[in-house]
Design a protein around this ligand. Structure first.
Ligand code: ZN
Length: 301
């Protein structure tokens, strides 16, 4: 018979840890359908993404959920078995680019050549050509509006690369907050943001999901539901957001304070993601595409 204590048994029956149950209440205002997305990339030196991606795959399996994994070409090249495992477990495999540089720094010519090769490599391993793309740092900004046309030519159907808010690295405060169609026909799925005073925060992702206090998550969830409900809801995280064993890595792109913030406070990620999945369905973008396209206006109009 079971040797579990009463508390352990209760937690197993309820299926959630106490932290995850608390987190689930913060997100209660959000709609019942979203897309759980992961940007699969290495953070510092060494290969740590595989173990943490495995934890995310287990989390999704336990929730009976499917998501979209945007895999950086570096990971596709160095760990093809990981990419195959993601596909085998029923998730959509999409591209996080051929290199982790902002699009504007990369330029159109290198982007086209690099993405063509990255697409073919991904297709070989995952068994189907990717139709989704996410720019490193959400760097589809006014300085990189050449990218949608190239992506369309390469067979991509959608992008989730625009952050419609101010951000120190990349951001496009004037961009639409709801899905829209680029002139090439590519569907754009902007990062969900909620208003906080004069700012807008991508509260369901990365550092924001890790650092925002619980009461703030609750408030931003309620505000998104009230003001942005016509948008496409999705979350994002990286393998390193869960990695509590990594040593501090100085990242030139993040600065000293940014590197410290990227390193600290990784504990809340998993229960918060678990809370988000609780009572909510996650479907890959590829499975929601027809519905999302239908409501998307052309932009610029
Ligand atoms: Zn990234």
């Amino acid at each position: 018979m079971s040797s579990a204590t009463g508390i352990e048994q209760y937690q197993r029956e309820s299926g959630l840890t106490r932290a995850a149950r608390r987190a689930a209440r913060r997100f209660a205002a959000l709609p019942g359908l979203f897309t759980f997305t992961v940007d699969v990339e290495e953070h510092g030196c060494g290969s740590r993404a595989r173990a943490q991606t495995g934890r995310l795959l287990d989390l999704l399996a336990a929730a009976g959920a499917r998501g979209t994994f945007f895999v950086l070409d570096e990971v596709v090249r160095t760990d093809p078995r990981l990419v195959a495992a993601i596909a085998r477990r029923g998730h959509e495999v999409a591209s996080h680019g051929h290199t982790h540089r902002p699009l504007a720094a990369e330029g159109a010519a290198r982007f086209r050549a690099g993405m063509e090769a990255a697409r073919d490599r991904l297709a070989d391993i995952a068994g189907a050509a990717p139709i989704g793309f996410r720019a490193p740092y959400f760097s589809l900004t006014p300085a990189a509006t050449w990218a949608p046309e190239i992506l369309t030519e390469l067979g991509f159907a959608y992008s989730s690369s625009v952050l419609p808010a101010w951000n120190p690295l990349a951001g496009w405060p004037g961009a639409p907050r709801r899905p829209f169609l680029w002139p090439s026909g590519l569907l754009e799925l902007p990062v969900p943001v909620a208003r906080l005073g004069p700012a807008r925060l991508p509260f369901l992702g990365g550092m924001y999901l890790r650092w925002l206090p619980p009461w703030r998550l609750r408030g931003l969830s309620a505000r998104w539901a009230a003001e942005e409900a016509g948008g496409a809801l999705w979350s994002y995280c990286h393998p390193y957001d869960l990695d509590r064993g990594e040593t501090l890595v100085h990242r030139a792109d993040a600065g000293a304070l940014g590197s410290l913030m990227l390193w600290l406070n990784r504990g809340p990620t998993l229960p918060r993601l678990e809370g988000l999945l609780h009572g909510r369905r996650s479907e890959p973008f590829a499975a929601r595409l027809a519905e999302l396209r239908q409501a998307a206006p052309a932009w610029p109009a």
